[in-house]
Design a binder for this molecule. Structure first.
Ligand code: THU
Length: 161
């Protein structure tokens, strides 16, 4: 009997830094913008604050923070707030990088907080529009993880239509 089944594997890689001081200047600047963006978070329900910042092809940085609403599904995550804001304010500019960080009770999370699935899908489409791997910086009070390409955090991206 012939077996056509193949076992396959994905290779996911990222860079891990022990602190923001170890980052490149550009990455540190974007992470700091995400930290500053926390000031705009409105999270009276979850008390979970998220800040994000995107860098555009023209090097402009646009910030966003999570916005909650008493009608729960009406809120929006920090990353999508930042990406949608950037894309609508600067049409035609690519989103080349995104940083995010989360805090609770005014303290940065001890470990990285990963973007939700919906935000990853939105990142994927901006990446597709730019044609280049998106640089993704996920910060915390401790280690910082840097990924190149949305595939590294979202394998098997839906982009069929
Ligand atoms: N949140 C984000 O802003 N980004 C994420 O990637 C995960 C979750 C927000 C949504 C909500 O306001 C709060 O965190 C708790 O889920």
């Amino acid at each position: 009997m012939r077996l056509d089944m193949e076992e396959k594997k994905l290779d996911i890689s990222w860079k891990e830094y022990a602190s923001r001081e170890e980052l490149s200047e550009k990455d540190r600047q974007l992470l700091d913008a995400a930290i500053n963006a926390l000031a705009g978070s409105y999270a009276p329900y979850s008390h979970f604050n998220v800040g994000s910042a995107v860098r555009l092809g023209n090097d402009i940085i646009v910030r966003g923070a999570n916005q909650e609403n008493s009608a729960f599904p009406s809120g929006l995550c920090a990353e999508r707030t930042a990406m949608f804001s950037a894309a609508s304010r600067y049409p035609g500019e690519e989103i080349v990088a995104i940083a995010l960080v989360a805090s609770q009770n005014g303290k940065l999370q001890a470990a990285p907080t990963y973007p939700c699935g919906a935000c990853r899908q939105v990142m994927a489409q901006y990446q597709q529009r730019s044609g280049k791997p998106m640089h993704i910086i996920i910060g915390s009070a401790g280690k910082i993880q840097v990924f190149d390409g949305v595939e590294m955090i979202l394998p098997f991206i839906f982009d069929d239509i």
